[in-house]
Design a protein around this ligand. Structure first.
Ligand code: GPW
Length: 833
């Protein structure tokens, strides 16, 4: 039988272009072979998951072939490489994306159908690697896609968490967390590289010693414990290119001779317990988004993956260039927020303690190598580590940070001789109370470039959070407005719209998103507009089916799909959205005969397990849904849906089916947002505040095609300065009063009248996120939205213009800007076979 032949696995191993028929039969052959040799099954016993795995291995093998040629080319060309360090990479499922990027999607669909297999069904078998919390992790994934598509040599460095972001369940309306066992059926996309293992030290103490034949003193770090890092490589394909970059994720294992002494002394249990401690480091992702957790294990995770990555970078650099003197000419390391900022101190330690550099030379190399991206203005998210904890875990790094600080502050003193307050603010160490290491300050002094992620965000960084650093080094600062990959967020998730667009203007938009502008020429074409609308309608039908299958709610696909999907946070104001829903409901109860524009209001998002207020908002959404969805007076004109376990895969279903995008954060609080871009790309209209990238989206799509409301950043600040009094809004806005009163009445919490009191308290006592202040403007703007939706042709025109004018927000543009202005890296295309 042909199932027992050698494992060719390569679809192009003959090295000649195959005709379509031959390609299909090769694909089928590879699939059968992988089923047999990788899964150890034949067609008689294989289930859908076996077929998924076999298919994944076929694609992986093609990617590996390209990867090997890519690595050879990069080494040959001595190319400068970007190292993107991030504690999170939210890659999403790999199979569909791999097929699209390899240009194999349609061929594969036919080849499988020919064997009676449905590609869509197999794609659904893949476990999503949820190695991130939200926007920050997904941005890193979009960046990897664009880096490869632009043929830029790059490695993403991160952590191979055994448990990613928790699975969110809803029980009696409450969020319940379950562990995310994404590896339980194995991971066909990774290759462990034990040969590139590295050793990482923790704890202990430092000592001064004299090196043989050297008069100078050196410091060495005597650790209390060592841990091994094993890289796990995931190939990252780009669209329409031979290049394949790498995502290299580190797994912690116990040292070689983990407590051999204990073992030999008969303490078998103690020895194995130590192994467990080591492996804990990469066990689980911290599920807090935008709030720091001062936990020792978190600092261990950060240091672990950064130290592993720096050893790896140095190994590669020495292999190709022989000396570390010119590291900055061949390596650009980008810090994705401060989570990897300890890298500044670690590179200094490596250069000085291990490679015998002088301080000044080491510092110059370090500064020239690192760049730092800030992603938030919110004080509770700024990372600060207690000096005590820090010194216990990383004694040598604390010494180095003190030395960096000493030299830095001496320099500041020269420039600002009589300004002790400024010195205190700039210091890497926060004094007063428990002394803490300020990671943002470390990242700023250790980098040659500092950037924010949207124009407004960068301006606020310069004026507020990093003002002192900006005054010191204005030239270090720049803006790099975020972007998203058009491959996953249009071509892959919305195939019908992608096809209509390509039929209309060609397919150059896939790698040159500005070309979507050409759609504007078709705005007055009625056939085109009808086709556009029909696709949105089909996408809504398919989402309606998914909603029914997952939560059992029947929604009306002809109603407006009004969608807010993102992490649950007070500053993102899901609460204001729910208050609007309650207000609409109250109107229906009071005036059942009034004309209304039917809406389906959809929420999705996880609350950090320890964030009580966010969890209560989840409960409120579900409680309101229970009442509204079951009240006959509503007569299906309003539906509320909370979709559990929002993740990348679910997002791919939601964006294409949305009419209205909710981007309603308090002005000045959302650094950028990237979901806002995904909605607009898929032809949803935005209701939003002047916050983050909303400002630039509105500029691009035009004020007429964007529903703006709410206080500006300056107005929020002014309001707070004079003392914001939420009660006056309650007293003067009868609809708002009624809405809060209905919550207080217990209508949404039968048997638990006090359940939502903390929400009412927060709104009425200090309302830090200005929900009360913005509510009337929000409701009024929503009325404008509804009226506009009634004029369906006008709405479709606005939707087309949103898609046509969103080109700026391609991650390809963002990455090209980083490459040119910060990293100074050039494309190194790999030749085809
Ligand atoms: F606090 N962001 C995030 F800045 O998703 F570190 N998680 C985080 O922990 C942080 C930021 C941090 C998000 C921002 O909230 C969002 O506005 C931005 O679009 C995204 O990062 C990517 O820049």
């Amino acid at each position: 039988s042909n199932t027992t032949t050698e494992v060719p696995l390569s679809l192009e191993s003959a090295g000649v272009a195959l005709d379509a028929e031959a390609q299909v039969s090769q694909i089928q052959q590879a699939l059968v072979n992988n089923l047999y040799w990788v899964q150890g099954k034949d067609e008689q016993f294989a289930n859908a998951h076996d077929y998924y795995t076999a298919l994944a291995h076929s694609v992986r093998n093609q990617l590996l072939q390209k990867r090997i040629r890519t690595a050879k080319t990069y080494a040959q060309e001595r190319a400068k490489t970007v190292y993107y360090m991030s504690a999170e990479f939210l890659m999403g499922r790999q199979l569909g994306n791999g097929l699209i990027n390899l240009g194999l999607y349609d061929t594969m669909r036919h080849a499988l159908a020919d064997c009676g297999l449905d590609l869509d069904e197999l794609l659904e078998r893949e476990a999503e690697p949820g190695l991130g919390n939200g926007g920050l992790g997904r941005l890193a994934a979009c960046f990897m896609d664009s880096l490869t598509t632009l043929n830029l040599p790059a490695v993403g460095y991160g952590i191979r968490y055994e448990f990613g972001i928790f699975t969110q369940l809803i029980r009696q309306g409450h969020q319940v967390e379950a562990p995310d066992k994404w590896l339980s059926y194995g991971n066909p996309w990774e290759i462990a590289r034990p040969d590139y293992r590295v050793e990482i030290k923790f704890g202990g103490h430092t000592e001064v010693y004299k090196k043989d034949g050297d008069d100078d003193y050196q410091v060495r770090w005597i650790p209390a414990q060592t841990v091994i890092g094993i890289p796990h490589d995931v190939p990252v394909p780009g669209y329409g290119t031979e290049n394949v970059n790498l995502l290299r994720l580190w797994k912690a294992e116990a040292g070689e001779a983990f407590d051999l002494d204990a073992f030999n002394a008969g303490d078998y249990f103690g020895a194995v317990a130590n192994k467990m401690i080591s492996e804990n480091i990469t066990k689980v992702l911290y599920p807090n988004d935008e709030t720091r957790q001062g936990k020792e294990l978190r600092l261990q995770q950060q240091y672990f993956f950064v130290a592993c990555s720096l050893q790896d970078i140095i190994r590669l650099h020495l292999r190709d260039h022989g000396s570390l003197e010119n590291l900055a000419e061949f390596a650009a390391i980008q810090l994705n927020d401060t989570h990897p900022a300890i890298g500044v101190a670690e590179l200094m330690r490596l250069l000085i303690d291990e490679y015998n550099f002088e301080w000044a030379a080491a510092w110059q190399i370090t500064q020239r190598t690192f760049g730092y991206t800030n992603h938030t203005l919110m004080p509770e998210a700024l990372e600060k580590w207690s000096v005590d904890l820090f010194g216990k875990l990383l004694p040598r790094h604390l010494e180095i940070i003190y030395e960096i600080n000493h030299r830095f502050l001496a320099q500041v003193k020269l420039r600002y001789p009589n300004d002790p307050d400024r010195l205190e603010r700039l210091s890497l160490i926060e004094e007063g109370g428990e002394r803490r290491v300020r990671m943002a300050n470390l990242a700023c002094v250790g980098s040659h470039a500092i950037n924010g992620v949207a124009a407004l965000h960068t301006e606020l960084l310069k004026q507020e959070v990093l003002q002192d650093f900006y005054e010191l080094w204005p030239d270090k600062f720049s803006n790099k407005t975020n972007g998203i990959t058009p491959r996953r967020w249009l071509l892959q998730c919305n195939p019908r719209l992608a096809q209509l667009i390509s039929e209309t203007i060609g397919d150059s938009w896939i790698t040159n998103l500005d070309d979507l502008k050409q759609l504007e020429a078709h705005l007055d074409n009625e056939v085109f507009r009808h086709a556009w609308q029909a696709i949105k309608q089909e996408n809504k039908w398919s989402l309606a089916r998914y909603i029914h299958d997952t939560v059992g709610i029947k929604v009306n696909p002809d109603s407006m799909f009004d969608v807010q999907i993102k992490r649950i946070h007070e500053y993102k104001r899901q609460l204001m959205n729910v208050l609007h829903v309650i207000t609409l409901y109250n109107r229906m109860v009071q005036n059942p005969g009034d004309h209304v524009v039917p809406r389906t209001v959809i929420f999705g998002g996880k609350a950090a397990p320890g964030y009580a207020m966010a969890k209560l908002v989840v409960k409120l959404v579900n409680a309101v849904a229970d009442v509204v969805n079951n009240d006959p007076i509503v007569a299906g004109r309003l539906k509320v849906v909370f979709l559990p376990n929002y993740n990348v895969s679910q997002a791919q279903r939601l964006f294409p089916a949305s009419d209205l995008s909710e981007q309603i954060s308090t002005a000045g609080m959302e650094a950028s947002g990237t979901g806002n871009m995904k909605f607009a790309l898929n032809g949803a209209l935005t209701i939003g505040t002047l916050d983050g990238a909303n400002v630039e989206i509105r500029e691009e799509v035009g004020a007429d095609n964007f529903f703006l409301f709410g206080l500006t950043t300056e107005q929020v600040a002014a309001c707070k300065a004079v003392g914001h009094n939420p009660w006056c809004y309650y007293d003067t806005n009868p609809e708002l009063k009624r809405t809060l009163d209905v919550i207080a009445s217990g209508l949404f919490s039968p048997g638990e009248p006090d359940l939502f009191l903390p929400i009412l308290d927060s709104l009425l006592v200090d309302d830090p996120y200005m929900v009360m202040a913005d509510f009337a403007a929000y409701v009024q703007c929503q009325e404008h939205v509804s009226r506009t939706y009634e004029d369906r042709d006008r709405w479709v025109r606005m939707a087309i213009l949103n898609t046509a004018r969103i080109g700026k927000f391609s991650a390809d543009r963002t990455i090209a800007d980083y490459a040119r202005e910060i990293w100074k890296v050039k494309a190194v295309p790999v030749a085809g076979e």
